[in-house]
Design a protein around this ligand. Structure first.
Ligand SMILES: O=P(O)(O)OC[C@H]1O[C@H](OP(=O)(O)OP(=O)(O)O)[C@H](O)[C@@H]1O
Ligand SMILES: Nc1ncnc2[nH]cnc12
Length: 171
């Protein structure tokens, strides 16, 4: 199955010149979505994660079903100000702006293996920030996985762990 057939390309969103890759149409199609989640699970399982870390917000859609399927724990990396209690934060750049993500102190036990999961790899800023956070709180990051990769932005170059992507776009 070619999951690209179910990913909608929206020009000039959220601002002129950006081609937005929309997974809403993938989520609407149960067969394509099941196939996507199974492929992601097959890529992640060999890394034997203790936890999957999902990145707000589209990353949660992918990571939560994957954690259930793989039988591992699930933690949230959220945009600033959303998580209660003590948090650790990191600021990062996006293809179209900048943001801050946070993790709760205590979400990861020292030495735990945490695989990062998001819907899309663009500049790599988000996953690099996520890896930094996990390591700051004592976790290891053996791998990352995304559905989509925008290869022309060379996001991989910012990352120091193996990353699996299912659909690559060169523009
Ligand atoms: O590789 P990068 O350049 O860092 O970009 C990738 C990130 O950008 C998007 O998130 P966005 O901040 O738009 O938030 P959303 O998931 O809440 O829509 C996407 O879901 C990734 O998390
Ligand atoms: N072009 C894009 N489409 C969808 N999500 C994105 N996140 C960062 N860049 C994106």
């Amino acid at each position: 199955m070619d999951i690209k057939q179910h990913i909608r390309e929206v020009p000039d969103f959220p601002k002129p010149g950006i081609l937005f890759y929309d997974i809403s149409t993938l989520l609407m199609h149960p067969g394509a979505w099941q196939h996507t989640v199974r492929q992601m699970a097959d890529a992640i399982a060999p890394h034997k994660p203790d936890l999957l870390a999902g990145i707000e917000s589209r990353g949660f859609l992918v990571s939560a079903p994957l954690a259930l399927m793989l039988g591992c724990g699930f933690i949230m990396l959220r945009k600033k100000g959303k998580l209660p209690g003590a948090t650790v934060r990191h600021e990062y750049d996006l293809e179209y702006g900048s943001d801050i993500i946070e993790i709760q102190e205590g979400a990861v036990q020292p030495g735990q293996k945490v695989v990062l999961v998001d819907d899309l790899l663009a500049t790599g800023g988000t996953l690099a920030a996520a890896a930094e956070l996990i390591r700051k709180v004592g976790g290891q990051v053996p791998a990352a996985a995304c559905i989509i990769e925008l290869t022309f932005l060379n996001g991989r170059d910012k990352l120091d762990m193996p990353i699996t992507t299912l659909a690559q776009y060169d523009q």
